[in-house]
Design a protein around this ligand. Structure first.
Ligand SMILES: Nc1ncnc2c1ncn2[C@@H]1O[C@H](COP(=O)(O)OP(=O)(O)O)[C@@H](O)[C@H]1O
Ligand SMILES: [Mg+2]
Length: 307
């Protein structure tokens, strides 16, 4: 990583301390502390602390409107925060945004490639705009088209690409400058299963080559596939963090649902399940289908689950 103030030199940064608690002793690729943003009366980010280690994938999971894109836009220098201390790739967001821009790639939520240009032209153009020079831009474009399985479609206008191909071209476009930190904002939203899996594979290749990633997603499955750690964002506040395994355990992966013909049968069912389990079941009852049938759902408490 290039010279510059390292987040490691900032012991008062709580995001960094939190990061250390995870027992990971590596340089932080992204560190944000006390990040706030409001639009008029609407407080979109209410004090966000997060850290991404070098070579790590942090998943930022949250529903529509939670503030994911706002966080990405701030960290990628596209939107000024109202408050907060941020470093990306070792550079201070407020003082050295240009240095940050040189070292990051961003694949936004919506495809940003030019629809009229071919895949190859899109990538070459970006290379030239980034100052690679024509020859290097051409070579880099060819390399990326190959890597992202777009070589066959390289000379077709990108408007003729499928959704999955466009997202792959978009990802390739964000990698022209070989960034060390990559922002992926809902990279597979709206894609079919096959395209999604292909894109995941390509993100994994980047991670294997040492790129640090902040990935936003609405899908726990996607976060589970790609992220080393997860933070969950809701209405501008981080409400949970952990490894995908830890979070799945917290939200309850196991659920037993039984339906009985009459409510009178329920006590016997409850007893049978309780006898078969070391865990005192927590039951919820609700009528199903016809009013004479009842269903009960049992969710084991987290402490009793195997870790
Ligand atoms: N430029 C803007 N002006 C006003 N409100 C905005 C603006 N950009 C985003 N918002 C609001 O901020 C909230 C968070 O948006 P966003 O960060 O896009 O969420 P997400 O990416 O998690 O869906 C939403 O309620 C959205 O309407
Ligand atoms: Mg968004």
């Amino acid at each position: 990583m290039a010279a510059g103030p390292s987040p490691l030199d900032v012991p008062e940064c709580t995001a960094y301390r939190k990061f250390q608690l995870w027992g990971v002793s590596m340089e932080t690729a992204i560190s944000a502390e006390g990040l706030r943003k409001r639009y008029a009366e609407h407080e979109v980010l209410r004090g966000i602390d997060l850290a991404v280690g070098a070579g790590e994938v942090l998943g930022l999971l949250g529903p529509n409107g939670a503030g994911k894109t706002t966080i990405v836009r701030i960290l990628a220098t596209l939107l000024p925060p109202d408050a907060g201390k941020v470093t990306v790739a070792g550079y201070d967001l407020a003082r050295e945004p240009k240095e940050i821009r040189r070292r990051i790639g961003l694949t936004g939520q919506y495809a940003a490639v030019d629809a009229v240009l071919t895949g190859r032209e899109n990538l070459r153009l970006i290379g030239v705009l980034l100052g690679l020079g024509k020859r290097k831009a051409r070579a880099r474009a060819d390399e990326l088209l190959e890597q992202f399985d777009l070589a066959d479609a390289a000379d077709r206008p990108s408007r003729s690409y499928s959704g999955g191909m466009r997202r792959r071209l978009d990802l390739a476009a964000s990698l022209v400058a070989t960034p060390s930190v990559l922002f992926l904002d809902e990279p597979t939203t709206g894609l079919d299963v096959t395209s999604r899996q292909l894109l995941w594979q390509m993100v994994r290749q980047q991670v294997d080559s040492g790129v640090s990633v902040l990935l936003t997603t609405q899908y726990l499955e996607e976060a589970d596939q790609l992220a080393d750690r997860l933070v969950v964002l809701d209405k501008g506040t981080l409400i949970a963090e952990g490894t995908p395994e830890e979070l799945k355990r917290k939200v309850g992966g196991e659920r037993l649902e039984v339906s009985v013909a009459t409510a009178a049968e329920l006590p016997a069912v409850v007893k049978a399940v309780a006898d078969a389990s070391a865990d005192p079941p927590r039951w919820t009852r609700r009528p199903v289908a016809s009013p004479s049938r009842w269903s009960a759902a049992w969710t084991p408490s987290p402490r009793s689950r195997p870790s």
